[in-house]
Design a binder for this molecule. Structure first.
Ligand code: SUG
Length: 452
């Protein structure tokens, strides 16, 4: 059992590396950016370099930064499971001809959005004092349903030491337990090493009768959130379950992290985030051992359209040693006057710890609906837990240089729909990923490495 002193705990943001097949396929129903950019030509190299620069600049600013690898795509094994046969090239060619939508799905680099990789409970909140992980089943879309197995292997490879880390099975991949991971989970606390209260936000109840969205699907169920909380041993006193506002989902808010972000005692949220805002806040206040600091953005300051287009709430809210916080926003926030004004006049000028805004360009990811907060999985770790990590996954200058060189060596700068069936692309990816597991020193995690 680890011996955690609250001051030695830091939040490490593990960003997903943008994979070599990053493309725009319009795969995510209810995700306005994905729906409107489907068919665009992507630039995987630029996407990966934008992601790496975000990691590097946050590391340079003193934040603890980690990295998670992309997945093996195209997932030819998934196509074989759907009845395509022959050599890899034949499988890809047949899928391109007979089911292009399936080919696009198995090529998605969606694992970059590690906020959906799983749900994490820090050791300070767990009765066995270990960090707990559950990979998300992502069953609500086929392209994302392909992620959890490799995600589980990657998490188990990195957080390998059983003395410090506990891994739980993916929830049953069926609509009743639809789980999208940390994107719908916010831990509120004092300092990161102090006990926290876990806010689980769900879009629908599988076995209940609450109001549901009409236009777009609700991806997270109450039953899934409750199961994850149970797996991690969280008690009623440590958890709050709140329904996301169905009208927000219908406006394109497919995860709670598109409309709210919390850090420490601060909850920055839009008026339309929760169906029952008063009850949600009251319950948090009743359970938290430190005063909640709500920062509520009203609808008349930021419209739903502005919130969804700018991804203001998909910002990272990061703690600084002096007690202030920094808001890391996507550059799209600068392009919407009402949003930029709200950041300056309302959030920064308000009576709360948020004292600085930092702008990041992650446009390649944003066009698929992935902002700065989607790209990272937060894992609060003590010094001992950090020391127990396996592999070379904590960002430093040498790792940044190695990963940048790796991207420049292997990535294409242009990927259109017709390129996805190119057998050469599939070969390039395997060479690149094999090399990456050596750069990161995480061992064999990919299907092609395990079947050898
Ligand atoms: O699941 N987009 C992802 C974006 C996930 C963002 N994550 C968080 N909000 N935490 C999704 O909708 C689009 C892929 C495409 O259309 O090619 C996509 O999967």
């Amino acid at each position: 059992m680890s011996n955690v002193s609250s001051s030695s705990v830091r939040e490490v943001n593990f960003d997903g590396l943008v994979g070599p097949t990053h493309n725009y396929s319009g795969l995510a129903h209810g995700n306005v950016a994905s729906m409107s950019h489907g068919g665009l030509v992507s630039n995987p190299k630029e996407g990966a370099l934008q992601g790496l620069l975000k990691m590097k600049s946050l590391m340079d600013a003193g934040y603890a930064q980690g990295v998670l690898p992309p997945q093996q795509r195209p997932d030819v094994g998934a196509l074989r499971g759907l009845g395509f046969s022959g050599s890899n090239s034949e499988v890809l060619a047949r899928a391109a001809k007979e089911a292009p939508q399936l080919l696009r799905a198995v090529c998605s680099a969606s694992s970059m959005w590690t906020a959906n990789a799983g749900t994490v409970t820090p050791s300070v909140d767990a009765s066995d004092r270990r960090v707990h992980f559950t990979p998300a089943n992502l069953q609500s879309s086929f392209h994302r349903y392909l992620e959890p197995q490799t995600t589980g292997r990657v998490l188990q490879a990195i957080f390998h030491d059983e003395q410090h880390f506990a891994h739980h099975p993916v929830l049953p991949a069926t609509p009743a337990f639809s789980d999208e991971g940390a994107a719908n989970h916010t831990r509120l606390c004092g300092e990161h090493g102090e006990p926290g209260v876990h806010l689980f936000v769900y879009g629908r109840q599988a076995f209940g009768v609450e109001r549901e969205p009409k236009r777009f699907p609700a991806r997270q169920t109450l039953e899934a959130s409750q199961a994850v909380a149970r797996q991690h041993g969280l008690t009623e006193a440590q958890t709050v379950f709140a329904q996301q506002h169905p009208d927000a989902i219908d406006a394109g808010v497919f995860h709670n992290d598109v409309i709210a972000v919390g850090n420490g005692p601060v909850l920055l949220y839009h008026e339309m985030a929760f169906l029952d805002e008063t009850r949600t806040l009251d319950e948090l206040r009743a359970k938290m051992s430190t005063p909640l600091i709500p920062v509520r953005v009203p609808l008349d300051a930021v419209s739903m359209e502005d919130a969804v287009a700018s991804y203001l709430f998909n910002s990272q809210l990061l703690s600084n040693p002096d007690g202030t916080m920094t808001l890391v926003v996507p550059s799209e926030c600068q392009e919407r006057e009402a949003v930029w004004r709200t950041i300056q006049d309302f959030i920064l000028a308000g009576n709360n710890p948020v004292g600085e805004v930092v702008v990041k360009d992650v446009k390649q990811s944003m066009r698929n609906g992935g902002g700065p907060a989607c790209l990272r999985l937060r894992v609060a770790l003590s010094e001992a837990e950090q020391a127990a990590l396996t592999g070379r996954v904590l960002m430093n200058n040498a790792l940044y240089d190695d990963l940048t060189a790796w991207v420049n060596r292997h990535y294409r700068d242009r990927l259109a729909a017709e390129d996805l069936a190119d057998p050469q692309l599939a070969k390039e990816v395997l060479v690149a990923l094999d090399e990456l597991t050596h750069v990161l020193k995480i061992g064999s995690v990919y299907p092609f490495q395990l079947s050898q």
